[in-house]
Design a protein around this ligand. Structure first.
Ligand code: PEP
Ligand code: MG
Length: 605
């Protein structure tokens, strides 16, 4: 966690050296970048209101509308063709439906009729025509098929409006040069689709340090700051900006001296990284010989290269939902099998912990949800969705089981909150395994099944849960938000999202103690595993494993290799005796900076 955790800085901008503006938010992904801003306009397209002159102007508007329809059709056909090469027929069908809507005589005729009769702009006329169609569909409330088409209609409406207004969708942006991306928000799937080699850094108005967007930017090693309030309105494309992913600051139009200061900070960070790279092939043992497993969190199979190059031993968390979120159709059993096999083979004999689908919350997917939940983090998510959509769950489990012959694969169930849910999940896993056995499909003899502890009810009941499972992985990102009742992605409550709150630490301690009592392996795969001061605490609390983004691995290894387990235990005991976030944070930072002097002041500035 950045040191800002537990006490955020003000979000309002403050004037620094004349002309430059410093805006403070949440440090989301480390690194310093200086470059030209590319701002993504915020919000739904604003429909302009205009009154046209009769005659030529009206007919020009009709032509402009027809041309926007043609452009949209062409884009859809192109998208469809590209996807056809990689994906199944289901994708094609979705785009067929969209193309049909564009050609829908009713919407086209109504729009042109409105432009001519009311002499209004094409955007306004098209929106009115679509609204009429939507209202007619909504009148047929009982028709599930039609209701599901509403989302498609809105999607097509957005595409046509974007073409009329000359705005483009983020996933369609093709950057010509390397830029700092500035946006109101980026969803996890948008972040996953960014052209990595063109993005120097990111800065967004909203978001928290453990939102999935922030986690992805760490995986992609894109320096980022989130929760900056209104940065997307303050910055214009082409402005020079500095993004400091350590302190959580963005400087707009920096002075030369400021730029030099940040270049120097960047050099210091890179030198530190080079030094840490020397540890890559060394084991993660404390100086008194305790082995702390150090593994990586990944979202895509391609990240395995980075896992290996950063010296992680295996994958402690494979967030498989990203295989689903970045595409239009569900991944097939074979596609998933190939993805899991690829990762397991390349990391063999190190373990690969594959987490079953954790969709929902900020990872909304139209495959399982007809609309976003009104309170998404407390709604249908992860195992809750899988137990309702057994066909999807079965496909994934079959793919995982089939891949087990290629490496050391374990299964991890996310978001378990009750014993009943756990038992149902385990029974279903056994059933799928039996089905495969009946089909004589080769599988590993024993496949360990563990659960994420990320809901307080599961944490409190950990000593009961461990009777049914092989291992535990503590998901601190969610555990913190549910203990503190502070949304992990909402910058407005960032100061309450406190990894070092004594309540959070005591609960984690309780889970580790319960696991140890039953001789059950316990790891941590939340972001707390990836920051030196919180990692030190977790080691002292007795975890067997820390799993974090690949780039954070060397820094954590440095901590492990610099301390004795006895020392870490004394640190944890001291922390357990403290009763406030402030005291705990100051104590841990002082300890960790003493252990690794190189990081002094890097995060806080
Ligand atoms: C967690 O909640 O800590 C976790 C690792 O899962 P995710 O961040 O994907 O919700
Ligand atoms: Mg989680």
């Amino acid at each position: 966690m950045p040191t800002g955790t537990g006490g955020t800085e003000m979000k309002s901008g403050r004037r620094g050296k004349a002309g430059e503006i410093v805006v403070s938010g949440q440090a989301a992904s480390p690194g310093v970048v200086i470059g030209k801003a590319f701002v993504i306009p915020h919000g739904l397209p604003v429909v302009p209101v205009k009154k046209l002159e009769a005659g030529e102007e009206v007919e020009d508007e009709v032509r402009r509308f027809r041309s926007a329809l043609d452009t949209t059709s062409r884009q859809l056909v192109e998208l469809q063709d590209n996807l056809k090469k990689k994906l199944s027929d289901q994708t094609t069908r979705i785009f067929d439906a969209h193309l049909q809507m564009i050609e829908d005589v009713m919407a086209v005729d109504q729009t042109i009729g409105l432009i001519r009769e009311k002499r209004i702009g094409a955007e306004q006329a098209f929106t009115a025509a679509i609204d009429n169609i939507v209202k007619a569909i909504e009148a047929h409330q009982q028709d599930q098929y039609l209701r599901e088409r509403l989302e498609d209609i809105r999607d097509v409406e957005r595409r046509v409006l974007e073409n009329l207004l000359g705005i483009c969708d983020i996933s369609r942006i093709r950057l010509k040069e390397r830029v700092v991306l500035i946006a109101h928000d980026l969803t996890p799937s948008q972040t996953a689709q960014l052209e990595r080699d063109r993005i120097l850094g990111c800065a967004t108005d909203v978001g928290g340090t453990t939102s999935h967007t922030a986690i992805l930017s760490r995986s992609l090693e894109i320096p980022s700051v989130v929760g900056l309030g209104d940065i997307s309105r303050r910055v214009q494309s082409g402005d020079k900006v500095v993004v400091d992913g350590f302190s959580g600051r963005v400087v707009i139009n920096p002075k030369r001296r400021t730029i030099e200061e940040y270049y120097s900070k960047d050099r210091r960070y890179k030198a530190l990284e080079d030094k840490l790279a020397e540890l890559v092939s060394l084991p993660s043992n404390t100086i008194d010989g305790r082995f702390v497993e150090l593994s990586a969190n990944i979202e895509f199979p391609e990240e395995v290269t980075s896992v290996i190059s950063h010296g992680a031993k295996g994958v402690g968390l494979f967030r498989t939902e990203f295989l689903y979120l970045t595409r239009e159709s569900l991944p097939t059993e074979q596609e998933q099998y190939l993805a899991y096999t690829d990762v397991a083979r390349r990391l063999k004999p190190d373990p690969v912990i594959i987490r079953t689908l954790d969709a929902g919350a900020d990872k909304f997917s139209r495959h399982f949800q007809s609309a976003p939940d009104p309170n998404p983090f407390l709604g249908d998510r992860a195992i809750r969705i899988c137990l309702k959509h057994k066909d999807i769950f079965r496909t994934q489990l079959r793919a995982i089981f089939r891949a087990t012959v290629h490496g050391n694969i374990k299964i991890l169930l996310p978001f378990i909150s009750t014993i009943e849910e756990l038992k149902k999940s385990l029974a279903f896993i056994r059933r799928v395994r039996r089905e495969l056995e009946a089909e004589k499909v080769p599988m590993a003899g024993k496949v360990e099944v563990g659960i994420m502890i990320e809901v307080p009810s599961a944490a409190m009941m950990a000593d009961e849960f461990v009777r049914y499972i092989d291992f535990i992985s503590i998901g601190t990102n969610d555990l913190i938000q549910y203990v503190m009742a502070a949304d992990r992605g909402n910058e407005r409550v960032a100061s309450l999202y406190q990894p070092l709150n004594p309540a959070v630490i005591r609960l984690i301690h309780q889970v580790i103690t319960a696991a140890k009592r039953h001789d059950t392996w316990v790891g941590v795969c939340g972001e707390m595993a990836g920051y030196p001061h919180t990692a030190l605490l977790l080691i002292g609390l007795g975890v067997d494993e820390l799993s974090t983004s690949p780039a954070a691995i060397p820094g954590i290894k440095k901590i492990i290799r610099s301390i004795s387990y006895q020392h870490a235990r004394r640190v944890a005991d001291k922390v357990l005796s403290l009763n406030s976030v402030g005291k705990i944070k100051n104590y841990l930072l002082a300890e960790v900076e003493e252990i690794d002097k190189g990081i002094k002041g890097l995060y806080g500035e």
